[in-house]
Design a binder for this molecule. Structure first.
Ligand code: GLC
Length: 680
């Protein structure tokens, strides 16, 4: 691993491993100075492949477009978008044609805007544009898995969620009160659908004020949390970045008094507007402000809460007080004019442009422990440091307890403190594919605990879309059905096919011993839970061009169906594999398929996956009334496998709640003969 330092970079906290600064010039790139920054460029061979960049649009191979790391609250994730919610500046350039040099991984530690032009301007050029101050880490090698691991060792161990957070979770913006939540739980129980958590979106708060609970909606919050826990259900409240400006509201008052909010050049607290109306933004980049804000989670934890989602932390700004005034003035000045088309469109543009305006991000400052830093220079750290604030507080409040924590905005480094969800997607088939493609890219950047809003957040979900999405999401660590207010209800029990949903979710629970074991091994060994197919089959040229299949853990490959009205799909098998087809956790069939392309029928009711040669996996035998992860017994397991003679599996188990993770020497290697496995 080589480290190159340019200018005078801020300490982002992304990296945990000490690396000495290299004395040589950076060799894999040609470096030039451009306006306001640096440009790193290198040639790409025709068949070279680029992996990584975390949360972005488009495929697993990132070639052919440019991606901008600049956290953005943009809910329309179409393929023309250059930025989503995170800044994940790690990529691997895999050299298929050796004469162009070795493959390498590069991490650009610059929390401001960074552009990755991966062959958009010129198909054969990789261009990375950074600010003047940054640190660049480069590691060369031949093995994709090894390059990924070296990077992960650099940035430290990924966040580990409690085991219950691998169960099925239900959310919706619009559950208003106790009775709404109770209804969701009762309906899942009535239909025998396992359920682990219900999310509390912004409506649980009093007027969207962080760390308050609306007492009319939840008259006995602590009692209700306890009651739900007895039902096996965890409640997971949202925490937003912006603090409502309201006299008498303690969080606001304290923040003002102690100077904990982000300030403008003239020292006044910056005013933006988000859900609560006008807000100040806590200066999470300041250690004292972080400790203060983190400490606020305590009250909710004392009331029995053990999971949180941090939101709106790009930070999203619907409008700033200043900019709104400017725009309103401009509009009122043209009030009586006979507007021509250009003026009309200009007016429309300035109104739409109020949201997340680049000038707003340049107009406030952080006090990074004595150093004043303009926000846009460190923009991508904001969500990371909000989540760090929470996680560091949890370490004080409940040092040995795992608390569920994930965020919308993130930067590499945050992966040690929490996971992410992929924000406001839509109930579109294309977004099911996008979610599949984002998973390995996120894992490469260290973000293992992740998933998308299952069924889609915006727009109306249809039954078939939700079934296909579910059949994929049974493999994502975060499996949460979430939707926007005003969209069609999409809880599993709202549909005719409730039995099929029940079966798919039960299959998730039956797979838990495997999925959890694979997640934990990946986290504790700095490896990938989701991998592009080529990572396991680097000698197979076809494998590099597979954009819609993933390796999940050691033993299996998945090939989700993601198109409307499909009876199944084509699958590429890089070797002979065992097709496992499940109608339910009890009805399983097996078929050996040869290496190559196959058309696989997959009905809406089924889940399918493929077992690699000489591999096996544990599969739980479920009782009829399984309700939560606690009802899945590690003792009652069958082994599904595919081997000529025998196979081996390393099983990870622990208590699932404490931070006493099992050391490697306690991982159990299980070796079984073909006859002892279920399969073919
Ligand atoms: C944002 C979040 C979404 C949430 C909504 C209301 O759009 O991304 O998940 O439901 O805010 O809080």
């Amino acid at each position: 691993m080589k480290k190159y330092v340019f200018g005078n970079p801020v300490k982002t906290g992304a990296v945990v491993k000490e690396v000495l600064e290299s004395e040589d010039e950076i060799s894999v790139f040609h470096l030039s100075e451009v306006q306001d920054g640096l440009e790193f460029s290198c040639r790409m061979g025709e068949r070279d492949v680029v992996y990584g960049l975390g949360e972005q649009v488009r495929g697993i191979n990132k070639r052919g477009f440019s991606y901008i790391s600049y956290a953005s609250d943009d809910p329309i994730h179409t393929e023309n978008k250059h930025s989503l919610y995170g800044g994940h500046n790690f990529l691997i350039l895999y050299r298929a044609d050796a004469p162009d040099g070795k493959s390498f991984g590069v991490f650009v530690d610059d929390p401001g805007k960074v552009v990755f032009d991966v062959g958009e301007t010129r198909r054969d050029l990789l261009l990375i544009r950074t600010g003047k101050d940054c640190v660049v880490y480069v590691t060369e090698g031949d093995s994709l898995k090894d390059l990924a691991k070296q990077f992960r060792e650099l940035v430290g161990q990924s966040y580990i969620a409690p085991k219950w957070a691998f169960g099925y979770q239900q959310s919706r913006w619009g559950y208003l009160n106790e009775s709404d939540v109770r209804e969701v739980v009762e309906n899942h129980r009535k239909h025998g659908i396992p359920l682990e958590a219900v999310y509390l979106d912004i409506d649980y708060m009093k007027d969207y004020k962080d760390f308050t609970v609306d007492e009319e909606r939840f008259p006995d919050f602590q009692g209700f949390v306890e009651k739900m826990r007895r039902e096996g259900v965890h409640l997971v409240p949202i925490i937003d970045a912006g603090v409502k400006i309201e006299k008498g509201y303690p969080v606001y008052e304290e923040g003002v008094r102690e100077n904990y909010f982000c300030r403008e050049e003239n020292g006044e607290n910056f005013v933006g507007a988000v859900w609560p109306g006008k807000v100040h933004f806590p200066d999470f980049l300041n250690a004292k402000a972080r400790t203060w804000f983190g400490g606020k989670y305590r009250r909710l934890i004392e009331q029995g809460i053990d999971g949180f989602w941090n939101d709106m932390n790009e930070p999203a700004i619907f409008y700033s007080e200043k900019n709104l005034k400017k725009v309103l003035d401009e509009i009122s000045s043209i009030k009586d004019d006979n507007l021509d088309l250009n003026d009309f469109f200009h007016m429309q543009e300035i109104v739409e442009g109020l949201c997340n305006h680049p000038e707003d991000y340049k107009s406030f400052y952080h006090d990074m422990d004595g150093v004043k830093v303009r926000h846009d220079k460190v923009h991508n750290l904001y969500g990371f440091y909000m989540t760090k604030a929470a996680a560091e507080a949890f370490d004080q409040i409940a040092p040995n307890q795992r608390i569920l924590l994930f965020s919308r905005s993130s930067y590499i480094g945050m992966h040690r403190y929490g996971g992410i969800w992929t924000g406001d997607n839509e109930s579109w088939w294309s977004h099911l594919l996008l979610s599949i493609q984002q998973m390995p890219s996120l894992n490469l950047c260290g973000i293992l605990y992740t998933g998308s809003d299952l069924g889609g957040f915006g727009s109306d979900a249809t039954e078939d879309l939700l079934l296909r999405w579910m059949a994929f999401a049974i493999f994502t660590p975060l499996m949460r059905n979430h939707a926007a207010a005003g969209t069609r209800r999409q809880e599993a029990y709202q549909f005719e096919a409730v039995e099929s949903f029940r079966s798919l979710i039960r299959i998730r629970y039956a797979l838990l011993p495997y999925l959890y074991s694979e997640y934990m091994k990946a986290a504790l060994s700095d490896e990938l839970y989701f991998r592009p197919v080529s990572f396991d089959y680097p000698k197979d040229r076809h494998a590099f061009f597979v954009e819609d299949q993933l390796m999940v853990g050691e033993s299996i490959m998945i090939a989700p169906v993601y198109t409307q009205n499909a009876a199944g799909r084509y699958v590429y098998l890089p070797e002979e594999m065992l097709l496992v087809r499940m109608r339910s956790d009890k009805e399983r069939t097996y078929q050996v398929l040869s290496k190559g392309h196959h058309y696989i029928d997959v009905s809406l009711k089924e889940a399918v996956f493929f077992v690699k040669k000489d591999h096996m996996l544990p599969f739980a035998v479920l009782e009829e009334d399984v309700r939560t992860t606690q009802d899945v017994s590690p003792e009652r397991i069958v082994w599904i496998g595919f081997a000529d003679k025998e196979a081996e599996y390393v099983l990870y188990e622990d208590d699932g709640v404490s931070k006493r993770y099992a050391p490697k020497e306690d991982w159990k290697t299980i070796r079984l003969k073909k006859e002892e496995m279920e399969g073919f």
